[in-house]
Design a protein around this ligand. Sequence first.
Ligand code: ZN
Ligand code: ZN
Length: 457
Amino acid sequence: MGTNDSSAQTGASTLQKILTVVVLLIAIGAVVYVKRMNKESGSAVVPAPEASNSRANATPPASPDIAPLSKDVPPTKSGLPRLVDVGAGQCIPCKLMAPILEDLRRECADKLEVEFIDVWKDPDAGEGYGVQTIPTQIFYDATGQERFRHQGFLGKEDILAKWEELGVDVGGSAQATPAFSRWEPAQPDTRPKDQVCYLCDGDINAKTRTILNTPGGDVLFCSTHCYLITHASLTDPEKSHEKASTTDWATGALHPVTASTYLYGMDSQGRPTVRAFADSAAATAEQQNFGGNILNWRAFERKELSTRCAFCDRPVYPEDASVVHVDGGIQTWACCVMCGLGVVARTGSDIDLEAKDALTGEALRVVTYEGHVAVLEPSTMVAWAGATKDAAGKISSTGCFKQAFFATDEHLRQWVEQHPTATGQRVTIRQALEAKLKLTPEQISKACKIGECTPKQ
Ligand SMILES: [Zn+2]
Ligand SMILES: [Zn+2]
């Protein structure tokens, strides 16, 4: 310590660290800059090439989706519809689009020509397309006529859906998969009503049964956890605790939740186990055998309410929840996969969502960019939107416990077979995200009270 050698080393490594930090800051700065640009214009501005852009500059597009018609562009050589993505190898949204273009080349090989033009490397190649910002995607039909253009990032399913809307068959997985739904249960739920949890539809365990007394009668829950989720969903939750009772683990009798003592433990999955007692001495006795911590109502309630869904604000156990990284950084939770997509709508930020296949438990990932699906891992991922349909055809969500993602359509079908009372429909991840993005700020702010997460009436 303190020798010249080591201080020289320290100096060198400090310099290295500073350089690393500087390089990182430059990289972050570049990303932030590009993202700002994107937030404003939907994409980065192309450095104007001299001659070709004069006409484009004179007649700016009226909206991001309508641009000057590009003339002088040769029709497709192959006689196929053609997608041209004008971008640059180093622009962030362009980089995100590269694997999408690759997928489209492979999946639509015989039906679509896919071309990428790097205008930073080769400004001449972009001439004639009338592009003002990158990336821009231009859709040409088989006759070479431009049918649509879009500025900014565009996901694979968005692209395939646009071709479909234009009436141009380019194949591709999203178009090839038929709709799948079930609106009548394959088997009715024959369980007695007093043995079914109001919130999660799970069986009620006699040792943890919890009851909320309402003007319309008693509402039954499988546990204090399901009661507290419902409490958080009430428009006026203030008085609800006074009307809630839970089962004394020792005697089986009901006891007010606020006057109970809770033995709070953990199972092998890290999921809380909760035993309630009317008598704190009984809780201590149980603790001798079972372990765990003894909490009064206030401490128990705070613990239960500490982790919330970033979309609907319901309390969740992290072990049950999907992990959501917002804007590539802050980690939060979603009580179900659909709520995970809802975080895009609620925060206006992009997300990286970690979910699980509801059939196999395998890891799934959804990344959004500018509100579009950018990455699906695996790319065959689909969603089951648990819902009911009334006589008028109006579709209503059956709530967070009935939503699921799957790695493949085959997994979804197997899961639906295994859940004969499930009703709803298969949707693509893009459709699920779009449904969330259609919600008004008012609907989003009340997400746990109305719509998606409304407890059944
Ligand atoms: Zn329940
Ligand atoms: Zn939620």
